[in-house]
Design a binder for this molecule. Structure first.
Ligand code: SF4
Length: 510
């Protein structure tokens, strides 16, 4: 019989959550580095390089790998011979660990949880509650996995009830391209197959807690039908050519994870959850002998990446930018931005729309005319930081506002010149971009700390009450971005994967 003390459990959860905010798992780093070495598309290689550089910087600086520090999911396996010395439930103890980890003064993490998803969506401010899955098992230990999942990848979750004889491979290959790049590939796909609808979902999430080991499986050879399916999906998903950040390239997934269980004879439930560039999970066990603090990794675990040669990139002065200059940019061009940009994401756009609809002016000092907007919700700064990790959020969510933002002021719009975010734009935004000869630039999702180092000044301009969703003005120096949509509305997220799919097919057929 083990006695697990409340404080030991809470301290261990708190420590593990801080740990995963700045340390990628070693297996993930190793797989990402292999993908970097192999990548042939320069834009995709550069994106993977930025994620690796960011990862090392975060490990050194103990700051979050991504500005979206995630919703916490915990898997708690409780031995039947365990006794608890606690006046809190397990959910309450996990939440207390979350609360402390996310408000750590040395490394505060962004609180992203809203308490009422239907309604005013008020932020709980401490990132609680966590999603906790519990299971009782034989033994006298408590095994805990904590993960922090970003919204961008969680939002791309898919589920289907196939007929028993339908092809899982066909469904995955048809579905992955519909997920776009908002899940910040390269990452992993977790599949839960069998059981019931909810069981398949939990298995898909839990499968992502296993290490990246597809190469070991390839070396050993597949023996079971699940192992064969993993290898087949791994090859065929990468042959789609989607590539890092959806730019087109050789690696879209670093691994395919699968958990399965018995199901009804009439059913084939399949859940698929992607894990992004910010793969974050930690595992520990408690046996009554005190808290478990995971050993920090060695910095030697991270490869040293040179990064792109800045002299080869186009320097852009945003304070003097002209229409002629943005007309000269092509999809896939790499730029270094300098000057002032405004920020705004979901809540700020909604507020602007509400003001426009009700005929009210924007707050004093907010003027988007001729400016660029960056879709971002940064982490709060600490010590001498201007801003905490500040990577891009998924731009697709702002598509419905693009016409309002890009139209001329004379037409009641905002007169915005360009946008910066991550992932592809939908057809409605592409149409507006072409109509207004605007442009859409892409920063690397999952390189948030690296991007934040390009931000030299920051001030809140409006909607301070929105916290991380307020409108800021950033002064940036050498902020790396890629032209994702040019002034004609041509998108690298359409042309890149199409091109690389053909290249990969041609190589396979040689
Ligand atoms: S890497 Fe991308 S999907 Fe993952 S948490 Fe960060 S922004 Fe979200």
């Amino acid at each position: 019989m083990s006695v697990i003390k409340k404080q030991d459990f809470i301290d261990s959860v708190e420590s593990a959550l801080q740990y995963i905010s700045y340390y990628h798992p070693k297996d993930f780093i190793d797989a990402l580095y292999q993908a970097y070495l192999k990548e042939e598309n320069p834009a995709a290689k550069d994106a993977i390089g930025q994620i690796l550089i960011n990862s090392r910087m975060c490990a050194e600086g103990k700051r979050p790998v991504c500005q979206d520090t995630g919703i916490v999911t915990a898997f708690v396996k409780i031995g039947m011979d365990v006794q608890w010395d606690s006046d809190l439930s397990i959910q309450e103890m996990v939440d207390e660990g979350v609360r402390r980890a996310y408000s750590n003064p040395d490394n505060p993490l962004r609180a992203s949880i809203v308490k009422n998803p239907v309604g005013p969506r008020v932020n709980t401010k401490d990132n609680t509650p966590a999603v906790v899955h519990m299971e009782t098992v034989i033994g006298d230990k408590v095994e805990v996995i904590v993960a922090a999942k970003g919204g961008g990848s969680e939002n791309k979750t898919k589920f289907v009830m196939l007929n028993p004889n339908d092809s899982i491979v066909d469904w995955v290959l048809k579905t992955v391209p519909t997920m776009g790049a908002g899940w910040c590939p390269p990452g992993m796909l977790g599949l839960g197959i069998g059981g019931t609808a909810e069981k398949a979902m939990v298995m898909a999430k839990e499968s992502l807690m296993d290490p990246v080991d597809i190469q070991d499986l390839r070396d050993k050879g597949a023996e079971t039908s699940v192992e064969k399916l993993r290898l087949e999906l791994m090859d065929k998903v990468n042959e789609l050519g989607i590539g890092a950040q959806g730019l087109g390239g050789l690696t879209t997934v670093l691994d395919i994870k699968i958990k399965d269980c018995p199901t009804h004879a009439a059913s084939l439930p399949v859940a698929m959850i992607p894990n992004c560039a910010a793969t974050r999970h930690a595992h520990f066990s408690l046996d009554g002998r005190g808290p478990n603090f995971i050993e920090p990794p060695s910095l030697d675990d991270w490869p040293v990446i040179e990064g792109s040669d800045k002299s080869q990139l186009k320097n852009v002065d945003l304070n003097k930018i002209t229409q002629q200059e943005i007309d000269s940019w092509n999809p896939g061009d790499s730029l270094l931005l300098n000057g002032k940009i405004l920020t705004g994401r979901d809540a700020a756009h909604k507020k602007i729309k509400d003001l426009v609809d009700s005929g009210q002016p924007l707050p004093e000092g907010v003027d988007f005319e001729g400016r660029f907007i960056y879709y971002v919700g940064p982490v709060d700064p600490v010590r001498d930081e201007v801003v905490g990790p500040a990577g891009p959020t998924t731009s697709t969510r702002m598509d419905k506002y693009s016409e309002m933002m890009l139209s001329d002021k004379s037409e009641g719009g905002m007169g915005l010149m360009g946008m910066i975010g991550k992932s592809e734009r939908g057809d409605i935004a592409l149409k507006s971009i072409a109509k207004h000869k605007s442009v859409y630039l892409m920063a690397v999702g999952g390189a948030a700390y690296l991007v934040s180092k390009a931000i030299k000044e920051s001030r809140v301009v409006a909607f301070e009450e929105l916290g991380m969703e307020a409108i800021y003005e950033f002064t940036v120096k050498d902020m790396p971005v890629t032209v994702a949509v040019d002034t004609k509305g041509d998108s690298v997220h359409k042309s890149g994967p199409a091109l690389w799919k053909i290249k990969i097919q041609d190589n396979t057929n040689k």
